[in-house]
Ligand binder design. Structure first.
Ligand code: GDP
Ligand code: MN
Length: 424
């Protein structure tokens, strides 16, 4: 959701940069977010997490009355999603604890596909059982980081509920945006202004203002990059409650957010990203079929652009960063090569701190260890480049080596096209 909304509120950014964005953030499950809200004085419905249908039964019994059974996967659009077993919807109302148990049994252990997960979907290992509140109005409320105002922006709409992207597309004026000066922080008048614009009932305005102020405090102190609540519910008994919570946090702040990183559910993260992190590498999955091994984000962008210029599409890029060595380069190469979509690999390294001979040896080791047959194009420049080239030549491995990026990119696209052609 951050992707689609930020597209509307930000200055245009390159598609490749936008695709790369999620890797800078990590997110946690709704039930963890709700707990964070609760700890910070933000009103939420009573809820318990369940990993088995029986636990769902017991949770619903403890809550009493009707409950909402919610699939815990790291993606939005659960309400309108479907499970691969054919069961429709990742959010359901249960009238009785027995019904909660039955619903949980159809969700736990299944894969939920929503418009944000793509075809692959996300595995659902637990459900969140919450008390069902009588909602009289559903709002949308989010705090995002906005490029055009260089800071946080409050985004809200009185047309909350399911499909905020649809609302934004149909009637942009229904989305209210309020940039916040990050140095001054949120002012009471900001929140009051927004609550009035949204049309909160007078009796509930104070609760809405209070919620916005507290969410902003949490946003700042947790190094969040996104807090999204849809719906923010106004109840018949005069309360304002966060009925849903999607939080993302800045990956670069993990060193001071140890508590938050403990909440990360590894089952929801692309395993290649996790593997890359283990070696201090940055992996970004993309949609094409040319694997890219590069060092530095700038070189990564240039590499992707030139591949596209020659008519190819990158399958991923793996940024070695500055601390790579022969061992991590070998692991990096294995990660890129392990993607079944990858037909050919382009290595584009400018050896500065990383020496070209270490890059060459890392690649040779990976190819030998994994008995890889994928064609590899290498463009090396910089420290120890001659030694690197000699190593590759002497290894006997079929590597296409180039000094310049253009012929290297053209070659890798050609090899990719050949692979596609030969499968026809
Ligand atoms: P999403 O589809 O992933 O954003 O999941 P939501 O948590 O927003 O659930 C989808 C829809 O179910 C919401 O738009 C609400 O209308 C409804 N819903 C979700 N949670 C609750 C809840 O706690 N109480 C009630 N009454 N409705 C809820
Ligand atoms: Mn929602």
């Amino acid at each position: 959701m951050f992707k689609s909304l930020s597209k509307r509120i930000s200055a245009p950014i390159s598609k490749s940069l936008r695709t790369a964005q999620p890797a800078r953030a990590f997110s946690v499950h709704e039930h963890s977010s709700v707990e964070l809200f609760s700890q910070n004085g933000v009103a939420v419905p009573l809820g318990f997490v369940a990993t088995t249908p029986q636990e769902a039964f017991e949770a619903a019994k403890k809550i009493g009355g009707e409950t909402v059974v919610k699939a815990q996967v790291l993606a939005g659009g659960r309400g309108k999603g479907h499970f691969k077993n054919g069961f429709q919807g990742g959010v359901h109302v249960a009238k009785t604890p027995e019904e909660a148990r039955d619903l949980a049994s159809k969700m736990i252990g299944q894969t939920l596909v929503t418009k944000q997960t793509g075809e692959a979907g996300k595995e659902c290992h637990k459900v969140f059982i919450v008390e069902k509140k009588q909602i009289v109005h559903e709002y949308y409320f989010a705090i995002l980081l906005d490029r055009s105002s260089y800071g946080p922006v409050l985004v809200a709409s009185s047309f909350g509920g399911m499909d905020i992207e649809g609302v934004a597309a149909k009637d942009p004026s229904a989305i209210h945006k309020l940039p916040i000066d990050i140095n001054k922080g949120i002012q009471l008048s900001d929140a009051e202004h927004l609550a009035s614009e949204l049309g909160f009932k007078d009796s509930n305005k104070q609760a809405a203002v209070d919620t916005m102020m507290k969410l902003y405090e949490l946003f700042i102190k947790s190094d969040a990059t996104q807090i999204e609540i849809n719906p923010l519910g106004e109840t018949s008994d005069g309360k304002v409650l966060c009925m849903d919570a999607k939080l993302n946090f800045d990956d670069n702040a993990t060193f001071r957010q140890a508590k938050l990183t403990e909440l990360i559910d590894i089952s929801q993260v692309d395993p290649r990203e996790t593997e890359a992190k283990k070696w201090d590498l940055n992996y970004i999955g993309l949609d094409g079929n040319i694997g890219c091994l590069v060092n530095g984000a700038g070189l990564a962008m240039a590499t992707m652009d030139i591949i596209k210029m020659y008519g190819g599409e990158p399958a991923n890029f793996l940024d070695l960063g500055g601390t790579a060595n022969e061992k991590t380069i070998c692991e990096a190469f294995k990660i890129v090569a392990a993607d079944p979509k990858v037909n050919a690999i382009l290595v584009n390294i400018f050896g500065g701190i990383i020496r070209c001979d270490a890059v060459a040896q890392g690649i040779i080791n990976a190819v030998n260890q994994q008995k890889l047959t994928i064609p590899v194009v290498v463009r090396l420049q910089g420290t120890n480049v001659e030694l690197g080239k000699k190593l590759m030549k002497d290894s006997g491995i079929a590597i296409f080596a180039y000094d310049d990026l253009k012929p290297a990119a053209s070659k890798v696209v050609e090899l990719n096209n050949q692979a596609i052609e030969s499968r026809k």
